[in-house]
Design a protein around this ligand. Structure first.
Ligand SMILES: Cc1cc2nc3c(=O)[nH]c(=O)nc-3n(C[C@H](O)[C@H](O)[C@H](O)COP(=O)(O)O)c2cc1C
Length: 152
């Protein structure tokens, strides 16, 4: 999808009807790795892909998503929160560019079992993803959805 169309078609999808393929997952993870992080310190972050039903069942607020990708960080602070947002946003775009449904997810962060995360890392942000029957068409986005002042 071309960039401008992708940006206006992107949306939060909370209804999923099937698991993603490993090839689709690969493209999403590649996009996550292409995301910017503060100071370029990529080793401060980890991605954990959760597809195991027993683990997903313990997590809240994930809308029965068949895949949740968690961004965790060593010492989460503002820099890590923002970087995790950039990583998740890249992954969301890569998922929806493939026609998958995806959404940013903070709701599950506190319920992610710590034993699935690498030692010393804490969950910061997550992406829910799965097959969807929703269609992606460019949306009319109002210029004042986010109130803006221009200083010049
Ligand atoms: C930091 C952040 C946290 C979010 N957490 C959740 C969440 O936990 N659950 C959820 O359903 N949506 C979550 N969202 C999605 C927003 O609700 C959604 O992006 C917003 O309502 C705008 O809708 P749109 O993405 O369709 O334009 C989150 C989005 C962001 C940026």
């Amino acid at each position: 999808m071309e960039t401008e169309k992708m940006i206006s078609s992107r949306k939060a999808v909370r209804q999923y009807n099937g698991q993603i393929t490993d090839e689709q997952l690969h493209k999403i993870l590649l996009a996550g790795n292409a995301g910017p992080v503060g100071m370029g310190e990529y080793d401060n972050y980890r991605l954990t892909v959760i597809q195991k039903p027993e683990v997903l069942n313990k997590m809240s607020g994930i809308y029965d998503a068949p895949t949740v990708i968690v961004v965790s960080a060593k010492n989460p602070d503002t820099m890590e929160d923002i970087s995790a947002g950039a990583i998740v946003h890249n992954m969301e775009l890569a998922a929806e560019d493939q026609g998958l449904g995806a959404n940013y997810n903070m709701a599950s962060v506190g319920s992610i079992p710590s034993d699935v995360l690498p030692d010393g890392f804490k969950a910061v942000f997550a992406l829910t993803v799965g097959q969807t029957s929703e269609k992606f068409v460019p949306r009319e986005i109002s210029m004042d959805r986010i109130k803006t002042n221009i200083v010049k």
